[in-house]
Design a protein around this ligand. Sequence first.
Ligand SMILES: [Fe+2]
Length: 194
Amino acid sequence: MNTYVTGSTIKQLREKRKLTQAELAERIGVSSKTISKWETAKGLPDISLLQPLAHTLGISVIELMNGEHIINRNVSANMLRCKFYVCPICGNAIHTLGNTVVSCCGITLPALEPEEADDYHTITIENVEDEHFITVHHPMTKAHYISFVAFVTSDRIQMVKLYPEGNAETRLQLRGMGFLYYYCNQHGLFKKKV
Ligand SMILES: [Fe+2]
């Protein structure tokens, strides 16, 4: 991970749960002096204590390490509010229904902010039988390429992985109102309403 739990995170969460240092200490089996040390950055919890600490503070270990409590308001899990994350190290592409903490290759990934297509990332959609042929007008070199294309409606996602030196095109079934997403490894995520 690029971050380890910080004292201010522990203190904030402890106070939010209305626990004293002594109460938190008792629940995870350490002394209150130890808690005080963590909160004042004079020590760090042993990794074996992260799970009980996170549990007592009411969050996940990854949230505790990230210093952020994610509240996912997408309770109806509408896929139109979905998020994409891409790891800049290994290229892993991750799709989630709502907000979450995603980490890959030891780093926490931000949710990508899709942009409207610009002149260098245009797309054409042609009807072919009961499908649609999608072409992204973009280079496909090893250094600069379209990594995936996805079509998202309120209840489903179709995601196609593309590879450098292949073609920036694919077939998808564009049924219903949705958004077409495509990701350039250099310029980020683009979105087009269909
Ligand atoms: Fe690009």
